[in-house]
Design a protein around this ligand. Structure first.
Ligand code: VG1
Ligand code: CO
Length: 544
Protein backbone atom coordinates (compact mmCIF):
# COMPACT_ATOMS: atom_id res chain seq x y z
CA UNK A 1 0.00 0.00 0.00
CA UNK A 2 1.40 3.37 -1.02
CA UNK A 3 1.49 6.52 1.05
CA UNK A 4 0.45 9.51 -1.02
CA UNK A 5 1.61 13.04 -0.23
CA UNK A 6 -1.08 15.45 -1.37
CA UNK A 7 -0.23 19.13 -1.89
CA UNK A 8 -2.70 21.50 -0.22
CA UNK A 9 -3.17 25.07 0.96
CA UNK A 10 -4.22 26.36 4.37
CA UNK A 11 -7.86 27.21 5.09
CA UNK A 12 -8.08 30.33 7.22
CA UNK A 13 -11.15 29.19 9.20
CA UNK A 14 -9.78 26.15 11.05
CA UNK A 15 -9.52 27.67 14.51
CA UNK A 16 -11.16 25.29 17.02
CA UNK A 17 -13.96 26.83 19.11
CA UNK A 18 -15.43 25.92 22.51
CA UNK A 19 -15.37 22.25 21.57
CA UNK A 20 -13.33 21.44 18.47
CA UNK A 21 -13.81 22.53 14.87
CA UNK A 22 -17.47 22.80 13.87
CA UNK A 23 -18.71 23.65 10.39
CA UNK A 24 -21.45 22.82 7.95
CA UNK A 25 -21.12 19.33 6.43
CA UNK A 26 -20.69 21.03 3.05
CA UNK A 27 -17.60 22.82 4.37
CA UNK A 28 -16.07 19.56 5.60
CA UNK A 29 -16.83 18.01 2.20
CA UNK A 30 -14.70 20.60 0.40
CA UNK A 31 -11.60 18.96 -1.11
CA UNK A 32 -8.79 18.67 1.48
CA UNK A 33 -10.77 20.43 4.25
CA UNK A 34 -11.00 17.52 6.71
CA UNK A 35 -7.60 16.15 5.65
CA UNK A 36 -5.92 19.50 6.34
CA UNK A 37 -7.32 19.63 9.87
CA UNK A 38 -6.43 16.02 10.65
CA UNK A 39 -2.88 16.55 9.39
CA UNK A 40 -2.67 19.70 11.53
CA UNK A 41 -3.66 17.66 14.58
CA UNK A 42 -0.99 15.06 13.87
CA UNK A 43 1.66 17.69 13.09
CA UNK A 44 1.05 19.41 16.40
CA UNK A 45 1.64 16.18 18.37
CA UNK A 46 4.92 14.68 19.43
CA UNK A 47 5.85 11.05 20.07
CA UNK A 48 2.78 9.37 18.62
CA UNK A 49 4.61 7.02 16.24
CA UNK A 50 3.65 3.44 17.01
CA UNK A 51 1.09 4.63 19.61
CA UNK A 52 -2.66 4.05 19.82
CA UNK A 53 -5.40 6.46 18.80
CA UNK A 54 -9.13 6.08 19.57
CA UNK A 55 -11.56 7.16 16.84
CA UNK A 56 -15.34 7.33 16.83
CA UNK A 57 -18.25 9.65 16.32
CA UNK A 58 -21.88 10.31 17.06
CA UNK A 59 -23.07 8.63 13.87
CA UNK A 60 -24.14 11.79 12.09
CA UNK A 61 -24.00 12.23 8.32
CA UNK A 62 -20.39 12.06 7.02
CA UNK A 63 -19.21 10.13 10.11
CA UNK A 64 -18.24 6.99 8.22
CA UNK A 65 -16.50 8.79 5.35
CA UNK A 66 -14.52 10.91 7.80
CA UNK A 67 -13.45 7.86 9.77
CA UNK A 68 -12.10 6.14 6.65
CA UNK A 69 -10.04 9.24 5.84
CA UNK A 70 -8.72 9.49 9.40
CA UNK A 71 -7.77 5.79 9.51
CA UNK A 72 -5.77 6.09 6.27
CA UNK A 73 -4.10 9.30 7.45
CA UNK A 74 -3.25 7.79 10.85
CA UNK A 75 -1.64 4.83 9.07
CA UNK A 76 0.32 7.18 6.77
CA UNK A 77 1.53 9.21 9.76
CA UNK A 78 2.80 6.17 11.67
CA UNK A 79 0.28 5.43 14.42
CA UNK A 80 0.65 1.81 15.57
CA UNK A 81 -3.00 1.10 16.28
CA UNK A 82 -6.39 2.72 16.03
CA UNK A 83 -9.29 1.57 18.20
CA UNK A 84 -12.47 2.51 16.38
CA UNK A 85 -16.05 2.07 17.59
CA UNK A 86 -18.16 -0.50 15.73
CA UNK A 87 -20.28 1.16 13.01
CA UNK A 88 -18.06 4.21 13.61
CA UNK A 89 -19.96 4.96 16.81
CA UNK A 90 -18.48 6.17 20.10
CA UNK A 91 -20.11 8.66 22.40
CA UNK A 92 -17.89 11.46 23.69
CA UNK A 93 -17.87 10.06 27.25
CA UNK A 94 -17.21 6.51 25.98
CA UNK A 95 -14.22 7.80 23.98
CA UNK A 96 -12.86 9.48 27.10
CA UNK A 97 -13.38 6.25 29.05
CA UNK A 98 -11.56 4.15 26.42
CA UNK A 99 -8.60 6.55 26.13
CA UNK A 100 -8.12 6.30 29.90
CA UNK A 101 -8.76 2.58 30.28
CA UNK A 102 -6.31 1.57 27.56
CA UNK A 103 -3.82 4.38 28.17
CA UNK A 104 -3.92 5.47 24.55
CA UNK A 105 -2.07 8.45 23.14
CA UNK A 106 -5.28 10.34 22.41
CA UNK A 107 -8.51 10.23 20.49
CA UNK A 108 -10.49 11.89 17.74
CA UNK A 109 -14.22 12.45 18.19
CA UNK A 110 -16.39 13.27 15.19
CA UNK A 111 -19.37 15.25 16.35
CA UNK A 112 -21.04 18.61 16.27
CA UNK A 113 -22.72 17.61 19.53
CA UNK A 114 -26.17 19.20 19.87
CA UNK A 115 -26.11 20.86 16.43
CA UNK A 116 -28.43 19.33 13.80
CA UNK A 117 -26.97 16.81 11.33
CA UNK A 118 -27.64 15.56 7.80
CA UNK A 119 -26.28 16.76 4.44
CA UNK A 120 -27.31 20.36 5.23
CA UNK A 121 -26.49 20.11 8.93
CA UNK A 122 -23.29 20.41 10.91
CA UNK A 123 -20.21 18.26 11.36
CA UNK A 124 -17.32 18.55 13.76
CA UNK A 125 -14.03 17.09 14.89
CA UNK A 126 -12.21 17.38 18.18
CA UNK A 127 -9.00 15.98 19.55
CA UNK A 128 -8.72 14.56 23.07
CA UNK A 129 -5.42 14.13 24.88
CA UNK A 130 -4.11 11.15 26.86
CA UNK A 131 -6.02 12.03 30.05
CA UNK A 132 -9.19 11.50 28.01
CA UNK A 133 -10.15 15.16 28.01
CA UNK A 134 -10.58 17.78 25.30
CA UNK A 135 -7.32 19.29 24.12
CA UNK A 136 -6.50 22.33 26.27
CA UNK A 137 -6.03 25.73 24.64
CA UNK A 138 -2.28 25.38 24.19
CA UNK A 139 -2.91 22.25 22.09
CA UNK A 140 -5.79 23.73 20.07
CA UNK A 141 -3.65 26.84 19.47
CA UNK A 142 -0.84 24.61 18.18
CA UNK A 143 -3.26 22.73 15.89
CA UNK A 144 -4.49 26.01 14.47
CA UNK A 145 -0.93 27.23 13.99
CA UNK A 146 -0.07 24.03 12.07
CA UNK A 147 -3.15 24.44 9.91
CA UNK A 148 -1.98 27.89 8.86
CA UNK A 149 1.36 26.74 7.46
CA UNK A 150 0.31 23.38 6.04
CA UNK A 151 1.27 22.63 2.45
CA UNK A 152 0.68 18.89 2.18
CA UNK A 153 -0.86 15.92 3.95
CA UNK A 154 -0.18 12.21 3.88
CA UNK A 155 -2.74 9.50 3.26
CA UNK A 156 -2.49 5.78 2.61
CA UNK A 157 -3.98 4.53 -0.64
CA UNK A 158 -5.99 1.56 0.58
CA UNK A 159 -9.49 0.08 0.46
CA UNK A 160 -11.97 1.11 3.15
CA UNK A 161 -11.95 -0.73 6.48
CA UNK A 162 -15.07 -2.73 7.44
CA UNK A 163 -16.35 -0.79 10.45
CA UNK A 164 -19.24 -3.16 11.11
CA UNK A 165 -17.23 -6.25 12.00
CA UNK A 166 -15.59 -6.49 15.44
CA UNK A 167 -11.94 -7.47 15.47
CA UNK A 168 -8.55 -6.54 14.07
CA UNK A 169 -7.31 -5.87 10.56
CA UNK A 170 -4.32 -4.03 9.12
CA UNK A 171 -3.81 -0.86 7.17
CA UNK A 172 -0.21 -1.09 6.04
CA UNK A 173 1.73 -1.40 9.35
CA UNK A 174 -1.09 -0.06 11.52
CA UNK A 175 -3.58 -2.31 13.32
CA UNK A 176 -7.23 -1.25 13.13
CA UNK A 177 -9.26 -2.70 15.98
CA UNK A 178 -13.03 -2.39 15.70
CA UNK A 179 -14.33 -2.41 19.27
CA UNK A 180 -17.72 -2.79 20.95
CA UNK A 181 -18.80 0.79 21.57
CA UNK A 182 -20.79 0.17 24.76
CA UNK A 183 -19.04 -2.51 26.87
CA UNK A 184 -16.16 -0.54 28.47
CA UNK A 185 -18.41 2.41 29.24
CA UNK A 186 -21.19 0.28 30.72
CA UNK A 187 -18.68 -1.50 32.95
CA UNK A 188 -17.40 1.84 34.23
CA UNK A 189 -20.97 2.87 35.08
CA UNK A 190 -21.48 -0.40 36.97
CA UNK A 191 -18.38 0.34 39.03
CA UNK A 192 -19.70 3.77 40.13
CA UNK A 193 -23.39 3.22 40.82
CA UNK A 194 -25.45 0.79 42.85
CA UNK A 195 -26.98 -1.13 39.94
CA UNK A 196 -28.85 -3.48 42.29
CA UNK A 197 -30.74 -0.66 43.97
CA UNK A 198 -31.43 1.04 40.65
CA UNK A 199 -32.67 -2.28 39.20
CA UNK A 200 -35.04 -2.67 42.15
CA UNK A 201 -36.37 0.83 41.57
CA UNK A 202 -36.87 0.31 37.84
CA UNK A 203 -38.60 -3.05 38.29
CA UNK A 204 -40.71 -2.35 41.39
CA UNK A 205 -43.90 -2.19 39.36
CA UNK A 206 -44.76 1.47 39.94
CA UNK A 207 -41.68 3.63 39.23
CA UNK A 208 -41.53 4.57 35.56
CA UNK A 209 -38.85 6.36 33.58
CA UNK A 210 -38.53 7.59 30.01
CA UNK A 211 -35.16 8.15 28.35
CA UNK A 212 -35.11 10.14 25.10
CA UNK A 213 -31.97 9.53 23.05
CA UNK A 214 -33.20 11.96 20.36
CA UNK A 215 -32.07 9.53 17.61
CA UNK A 216 -28.49 10.27 18.57
CA UNK A 217 -25.52 8.34 19.87
CA UNK A 218 -26.81 7.28 23.31
CA UNK A 219 -29.46 5.03 21.75
CA UNK A 220 -27.15 2.00 21.81
CA UNK A 221 -25.86 2.84 25.28
CA UNK A 222 -29.25 3.54 26.82
CA UNK A 223 -30.92 0.36 25.52
CA UNK A 224 -28.01 -1.66 26.86
CA UNK A 225 -27.72 0.01 30.27
CA UNK A 226 -31.33 0.78 31.23
CA UNK A 227 -33.20 -2.03 29.53
CA UNK A 228 -30.72 -4.90 29.40
CA UNK A 229 -28.48 -4.39 32.42
CA UNK A 230 -31.00 -2.68 34.72
CA UNK A 231 -34.14 -4.52 33.61
CA UNK A 232 -36.30 -1.50 32.76
CA UNK A 233 -39.19 -2.29 30.39
CA UNK A 234 -38.36 -2.39 26.67
CA UNK A 235 -40.13 0.87 25.85
CA UNK A 236 -38.14 2.89 28.41
CA UNK A 237 -35.81 4.33 25.77
CA UNK A 238 -37.47 6.36 23.03
CA UNK A 239 -35.86 7.56 19.79
CA UNK A 240 -33.15 5.03 20.57
CA UNK A 241 -31.91 4.30 17.06
CA UNK A 242 -29.05 6.61 16.04
CA UNK A 243 -29.88 8.23 12.69
CA UNK A 244 -27.56 10.19 10.40
CA UNK A 245 -29.84 13.24 10.58
CA UNK A 246 -31.21 12.63 14.10
CA UNK A 247 -34.65 12.29 12.53
CA UNK A 248 -34.45 15.90 11.36
CA UNK A 249 -34.36 17.31 14.91
CA UNK A 250 -31.89 19.18 17.05
CA UNK A 251 -30.26 16.54 19.27
CA UNK A 252 -30.23 19.06 22.10
CA UNK A 253 -31.68 17.96 25.45
CA UNK A 254 -33.55 21.04 26.57
CA UNK A 255 -37.20 22.00 27.02
CA UNK A 256 -37.42 23.32 23.46
CA UNK A 257 -35.81 20.58 21.40
CA UNK A 258 -36.65 17.50 23.50
CA UNK A 259 -40.34 18.36 23.17
CA UNK A 260 -41.61 14.79 22.85
CA UNK A 261 -40.10 13.91 26.23
CA UNK A 262 -41.38 17.17 27.71
CA UNK A 263 -44.92 16.38 26.52
CA UNK A 264 -44.71 12.93 28.11
CA UNK A 265 -43.33 14.18 31.44
CA UNK A 266 -45.72 17.13 31.65
CA UNK A 267 -48.70 15.16 30.31
CA UNK A 268 -51.36 13.06 31.97
CA UNK A 269 -50.24 9.90 33.76
CA UNK A 270 -46.64 11.06 33.39
CA UNK A 271 -43.72 8.82 34.37
CA UNK A 272 -41.74 9.58 37.55
CA UNK A 273 -38.48 10.38 35.83
CA UNK A 274 -37.44 11.59 32.40
CA UNK A 275 -34.06 12.23 30.82
CA UNK A 276 -32.56 13.11 27.48
CA UNK A 277 -29.06 13.37 26.06
CA UNK A 278 -27.50 15.13 23.10
CA UNK A 279 -25.90 14.18 19.76
CA UNK A 280 -22.64 12.87 21.21
CA UNK A 281 -23.99 11.79 24.61
CA UNK A 282 -22.22 14.23 26.88
CA UNK A 283 -25.22 16.39 27.83
CA UNK A 284 -28.24 15.52 29.94
CA UNK A 285 -31.60 16.94 30.85
CA UNK A 286 -33.32 15.72 34.01
CA UNK A 287 -37.09 15.89 34.46
CA UNK A 288 -39.41 14.71 37.20
CA UNK A 289 -43.16 14.32 36.82
CA UNK A 290 -44.30 17.79 35.73
CA UNK A 291 -40.95 19.13 36.87
CA UNK A 292 -37.77 20.46 35.23
CA UNK A 293 -34.39 20.46 36.98
CA UNK A 294 -32.05 23.19 35.80
CA UNK A 295 -28.57 21.86 35.04
CA UNK A 296 -27.02 24.18 37.63
CA UNK A 297 -29.38 22.88 40.31
CA UNK A 298 -28.69 19.35 39.14
CA UNK A 299 -24.95 19.77 39.75
CA UNK A 300 -25.64 21.22 43.20
CA UNK A 301 -28.00 18.37 44.09
CA UNK A 302 -25.61 15.65 42.88
CA UNK A 303 -22.90 17.25 45.01
CA UNK A 304 -25.13 17.49 48.08
CA UNK A 305 -26.16 13.83 47.72
CA UNK A 306 -22.87 12.35 46.50
CA UNK A 307 -22.32 10.36 49.68
CA UNK A 308 -25.36 8.21 48.84
CA UNK A 309 -23.66 6.90 45.71
CA UNK A 310 -20.97 4.17 45.96
CA UNK A 311 -18.46 5.80 43.57
CA UNK A 312 -18.56 9.04 45.59
CA UNK A 313 -19.26 7.78 49.11
CA UNK A 314 -15.92 8.97 50.42
CA UNK A 315 -16.84 12.58 49.62
CA UNK A 316 -15.78 15.22 47.15
CA UNK A 317 -12.45 17.01 46.96
CA UNK A 318 -14.04 20.02 45.29
CA UNK A 319 -16.58 21.16 42.72
CA UNK A 320 -15.94 23.08 39.51
CA UNK A 321 -18.46 24.97 37.42
CA UNK A 322 -18.22 27.15 34.36
CA UNK A 323 -18.53 30.86 35.01
CA UNK A 324 -22.05 31.35 33.58
CA UNK A 325 -23.38 28.36 35.56
CA UNK A 326 -25.48 29.44 38.54
CA UNK A 327 -23.94 29.73 41.96
CA UNK A 328 -26.13 26.97 43.44
CA UNK A 329 -23.15 24.55 43.57
CA UNK A 330 -21.08 27.19 45.44
CA UNK A 331 -23.55 27.02 48.31
CA UNK A 332 -23.21 23.25 48.57
CA UNK A 333 -19.42 23.52 48.41
CA UNK A 334 -19.45 26.08 51.21
CA UNK A 335 -21.57 23.77 53.36
CA UNK A 336 -19.26 20.82 52.63
CA UNK A 337 -16.19 22.94 53.37
CA UNK A 338 -14.71 22.34 49.91
CA UNK A 339 -13.64 24.66 47.10
CA UNK A 340 -15.89 25.59 44.17
CA UNK A 341 -13.79 26.56 41.14
CA UNK A 342 -15.11 28.89 38.47
CA UNK A 343 -13.74 28.23 34.97
CA UNK A 344 -14.45 29.58 31.48
CA UNK A 345 -17.09 27.88 29.35
CA UNK A 346 -16.05 24.53 27.86
CA UNK A 347 -15.01 21.21 29.37
CA UNK A 348 -11.35 21.64 28.44
CA UNK A 349 -10.89 23.89 31.48
CA UNK A 350 -11.88 21.17 33.96
CA UNK A 351 -9.16 18.69 32.94
CA UNK A 352 -6.32 20.15 35.01
CA UNK A 353 -8.50 20.45 38.14
CA UNK A 354 -9.65 16.84 37.79
CA UNK A 355 -6.12 15.55 37.12
CA UNK A 356 -4.84 17.36 40.20
CA UNK A 357 -7.76 15.99 42.25
CA UNK A 358 -8.91 19.50 43.12
CA UNK A 359 -12.45 18.74 41.93
CA UNK A 360 -14.54 15.58 41.87
CA UNK A 361 -17.73 16.89 40.22
CA UNK A 362 -17.95 19.46 37.42
CA UNK A 363 -20.78 21.06 35.53
CA UNK A 364 -22.05 23.66 33.13
CA UNK A 365 -25.41 25.38 32.83
CA UNK A 366 -25.62 24.03 29.27
CA UNK A 367 -26.86 20.62 30.41
CA UNK A 368 -23.39 19.22 31.06
CA UNK A 369 -22.42 17.37 34.24
CA UNK A 370 -19.56 15.01 34.95
CA UNK A 371 -16.92 13.82 37.36
CA UNK A 372 -13.39 12.55 37.71
CA UNK A 373 -14.43 9.12 36.32
CA UNK A 374 -13.53 10.47 32.85
CA UNK A 375 -12.50 13.85 31.44
CA UNK A 376 -15.67 14.76 29.54
CA UNK A 377 -19.15 15.63 30.63
CA UNK A 378 -21.31 12.55 30.66
CA UNK A 379 -25.05 12.44 29.94
CA UNK A 380 -25.96 8.88 30.96
CA UNK A 381 -23.70 9.10 34.01
CA UNK A 382 -25.83 12.03 35.24
CA UNK A 383 -29.01 10.04 34.61
CA UNK A 384 -27.64 7.08 36.57
CA UNK A 385 -26.50 9.38 39.38
CA UNK A 386 -30.04 10.72 39.69
CA UNK A 387 -31.52 7.22 39.57
CA UNK A 388 -29.15 6.13 42.33
CA UNK A 389 -30.23 9.07 44.50
CA UNK A 390 -33.91 8.38 43.78
CA UNK A 391 -33.42 4.70 44.67
CA UNK A 392 -31.86 5.59 48.01
CA UNK A 393 -34.08 8.52 49.00
CA UNK A 394 -37.38 7.08 47.76
CA UNK A 395 -38.71 10.57 47.10
CA UNK A 396 -39.84 12.24 43.90
CA UNK A 397 -37.54 14.45 41.84
CA UNK A 398 -39.66 17.47 42.79
CA UNK A 399 -39.46 16.70 46.51
CA UNK A 400 -35.70 16.32 46.35
CA UNK A 401 -35.23 19.62 44.49
CA UNK A 402 -37.61 21.56 46.73
CA UNK A 403 -35.96 20.24 49.88
CA UNK A 404 -32.65 21.32 48.39
CA UNK A 405 -33.97 24.85 47.85
CA UNK A 406 -35.27 24.93 51.41
CA UNK A 407 -31.83 24.10 52.73
CA UNK A 408 -29.72 26.24 50.41
CA UNK A 409 -32.11 28.81 48.93
CA UNK A 410 -33.07 28.90 45.26
CA UNK A 411 -30.89 30.31 42.49
CA UNK A 412 -33.40 31.36 39.84
CA UNK A 413 -31.69 30.88 36.51
CA UNK A 414 -32.30 31.23 32.80
CA UNK A 415 -30.32 31.53 29.57
CA UNK A 416 -31.60 33.55 26.63
CA UNK A 417 -30.03 32.76 23.25
CA UNK A 418 -30.27 35.00 20.20
CA UNK A 419 -29.20 32.78 17.32
CA UNK A 420 -28.00 33.59 13.80
CA UNK A 421 -27.33 37.24 14.57
CA UNK A 422 -25.16 38.99 11.96
CA UNK A 423 -21.59 38.73 13.30
CA UNK A 424 -20.89 42.47 13.14
CA UNK A 425 -24.03 43.24 15.17
CA UNK A 426 -23.15 40.64 17.80
CA UNK A 427 -19.59 41.95 18.03
CA UNK A 428 -20.87 45.51 18.40
CA UNK A 429 -23.11 44.39 21.27
CA UNK A 430 -20.18 42.84 23.14
CA UNK A 431 -17.81 45.71 22.32
CA UNK A 432 -20.37 48.24 23.59
CA UNK A 433 -20.62 46.31 26.84
CA UNK A 434 -16.85 46.26 27.19
CA UNK A 435 -16.71 50.03 26.79
CA UNK A 436 -19.61 50.55 29.19
CA UNK A 437 -18.08 48.33 31.89
CA UNK A 438 -15.95 50.92 33.70
CA UNK A 439 -18.91 53.31 34.18
CA UNK A 440 -21.38 50.67 35.40
CA UNK A 441 -20.11 50.18 38.94
CA UNK A 442 -22.45 51.80 41.46
CA UNK A 443 -25.10 52.54 38.84
CA UNK A 444 -28.70 52.08 39.89
CA UNK A 445 -31.27 50.24 37.73
CA UNK A 446 -34.61 50.40 39.56
CA UNK A 447 -33.94 48.74 42.89
CA UNK A 448 -30.76 47.00 41.65
CA UNK A 449 -27.31 48.47 42.06
CA UNK A 450 -24.28 47.29 40.09
CA UNK A 451 -21.58 45.96 42.39
CA UNK A 452 -19.02 44.94 39.75
CA UNK A 453 -18.63 44.49 36.06
CA UNK A 454 -15.76 42.80 34.24
CA UNK A 455 -14.75 40.60 31.32
CA UNK A 456 -14.04 37.21 32.90
CA UNK A 457 -10.42 36.18 32.90
CA UNK A 458 -9.22 32.80 34.20
CA UNK A 459 -5.84 31.80 35.48
CA UNK A 460 -5.55 28.02 35.60
CA UNK A 461 -4.52 27.17 39.18
CA UNK A 462 -2.46 24.20 38.01
CA UNK A 463 -0.44 25.39 35.01
CA UNK A 464 -0.91 29.16 35.34
CA UNK A 465 -2.22 29.57 31.79
CA UNK A 466 -4.44 32.60 31.32
CA UNK A 467 -7.67 32.77 29.27
CA UNK A 468 -9.05 36.24 28.78
CA UNK A 469 -12.28 37.77 27.50
CA UNK A 470 -14.44 34.84 28.53
CA UNK A 471 -17.67 36.78 29.02
CA UNK A 472 -18.90 40.12 30.32
CA UNK A 473 -20.27 39.84 33.86
CA UNK A 474 -22.44 42.39 35.63
CA UNK A 475 -23.01 41.62 39.29
CA UNK A 476 -25.51 43.41 41.54
CA UNK A 477 -25.33 44.09 45.26
CA UNK A 478 -28.19 41.65 45.96
CA UNK A 479 -26.14 38.78 44.47
CA UNK A 480 -27.92 38.62 41.13
CA UNK A 481 -25.89 38.46 37.90
CA UNK A 482 -26.13 38.98 34.18
CA UNK A 483 -23.49 37.42 31.90
CA UNK A 484 -23.08 38.07 28.18
CA UNK A 485 -20.96 36.01 25.81
CA UNK A 486 -20.83 34.84 22.22
CA UNK A 487 -21.16 31.15 21.45
CA UNK A 488 -18.11 29.28 20.20
CA UNK A 489 -19.98 26.30 18.76
CA UNK A 490 -22.37 27.80 16.19
CA UNK A 491 -21.80 27.52 12.46
CA UNK A 492 -24.04 30.28 11.12
CA UNK A 493 -23.66 33.96 12.06
CA UNK A 494 -23.20 34.58 15.77
CA UNK A 495 -25.18 33.46 18.79
CA UNK A 496 -25.47 35.89 21.69
CA UNK A 497 -26.00 34.15 25.03
CA UNK A 498 -27.38 36.03 28.02
CA UNK A 499 -27.26 34.26 31.37
CA UNK A 500 -29.49 35.54 34.16
CA UNK A 501 -29.39 34.58 37.80
CA UNK A 502 -30.90 35.78 41.07
CA UNK A 503 -30.88 34.29 44.55
CA UNK A 504 -33.98 33.77 46.71
CA UNK A 505 -33.46 32.50 50.26
CA UNK A 506 -37.15 32.61 51.25
CA UNK A 507 -38.92 29.24 50.69
CA UNK A 508 -42.25 31.06 50.43
CA UNK A 509 -40.96 32.59 47.20
CA UNK A 510 -39.56 29.42 45.61
CA UNK A 511 -42.49 28.66 43.33
CA UNK A 512 -42.25 31.44 40.78
CA UNK A 513 -41.78 30.93 37.07
CA UNK A 514 -38.07 31.76 36.53
CA UNK A 515 -38.97 34.17 33.70
CA UNK A 516 -41.11 36.12 36.18
CA UNK A 517 -38.59 35.91 39.00
CA UNK A 518 -35.93 37.20 36.61
CA UNK A 519 -38.18 39.77 34.92
CA UNK A 520 -36.31 42.79 36.33
CA UNK A 521 -32.93 41.43 35.31
CA UNK A 522 -34.20 40.62 31.82
CA UNK A 523 -35.27 44.26 31.42
CA UNK A 524 -31.97 45.55 32.82
CA UNK A 525 -30.02 43.30 30.42
CA UNK A 526 -31.85 44.87 27.50
CA UNK A 527 -31.39 48.38 28.84
CA UNK A 528 -27.63 47.91 29.25
CA UNK A 529 -26.92 45.89 26.09
CA UNK A 530 -29.66 47.18 23.76
CA UNK A 531 -30.22 43.59 22.71
CA UNK A 532 -33.43 44.12 20.81
CA UNK A 533 -32.23 47.17 18.95
CA UNK A 534 -28.84 45.69 18.05
CA UNK A 535 -30.00 42.20 17.06
CA UNK A 536 -33.18 43.43 15.44
CA UNK A 537 -34.92 40.54 17.20
CA UNK A 538 -37.93 40.93 19.44
CA UNK A 539 -37.33 37.89 21.59
CA UNK A 540 -34.74 35.18 22.16
CA UNK A 541 -34.64 32.22 19.75
CA UNK A 542 -34.28 29.76 22.62
CA UNK A 543 -34.93 30.18 26.33
CA UNK A 544 -33.62 27.50 28.66
C1 VG1 B 1 -21.73 25.43 24.31
C2 VG1 B 1 -22.04 25.50 25.79
C3 VG1 B 1 -20.83 25.05 26.60
C4 VG1 B 1 -20.42 23.64 26.16
C5 VG1 B 1 -20.19 23.63 24.66
C6 VG1 B 1 -19.89 22.23 24.14
O1 VG1 B 1 -20.67 26.31 24.00
O2 VG1 B 1 -22.42 26.79 26.16
O3 VG1 B 1 -21.14 25.08 27.97
O4 VG1 B 1 -19.24 23.23 26.81
O5 VG1 B 1 -21.35 24.10 23.98
O6 VG1 B 1 -20.90 21.34 24.47
P1 VG1 B 1 -20.89 27.78 23.38
O7 VG1 B 1 -19.52 28.31 23.13
O8 VG1 B 1 -21.73 27.58 22.15
O9 VG1 B 1 -21.64 28.55 24.42
V1 VG1 B 1 -21.21 20.04 23.46
O10 VG1 B 1 -22.29 19.08 24.19
O11 VG1 B 1 -21.45 20.85 22.09
O12 VG1 B 1 -19.68 19.25 23.24
CO1 CO C 1 -22.35 17.28 23.32
Amino acid sequence: MAIKTVPTQPFNDQKPGTSGLRKKVTVFQKPHYLENFVQSIFDSLQGYKGQTLVVGGDGRYYNRQAIQIILKMAAASGFGRVMVGQFGILSTPATSCIIRKYNTFGGIILSASHNPGGPDGDFGIKYNISNGGPAPEKVTDAIYASSQSLNSYKILEAPDVDLDKLGESKLDNMVVEVIDCVADYAELMESLFDFNSIRKLLTNGHFRMCMDSLHAVTGSYAHNIFEERLGAPKNTVINGTPLEDFGGGHPDPNLVYAHQLVEILFGENAPDFGAASDGDGDRNMILGRHFFVTPSDSLAILAANAKLVPGYSSGLTGIARSMPTSQAPDRVAAQLGIECYETPTGWKFFGNLLDADKATLCGEESFGTGSNHIREKDGLWAVLFWLNILAVRQQSVEEIVKEHWQTYGRNYYSRHDYEEVASDRANTLIENLRSAMPSLKGKQFGSSQVEYSDDFSYTDPIDGSISQKQGVRIGFTDGSRIVFRLSGTGTQGATVRIYLESYEPDPAKHNLDPQDALGNLIAIADEIAQIHTLTGMEKPTVIT
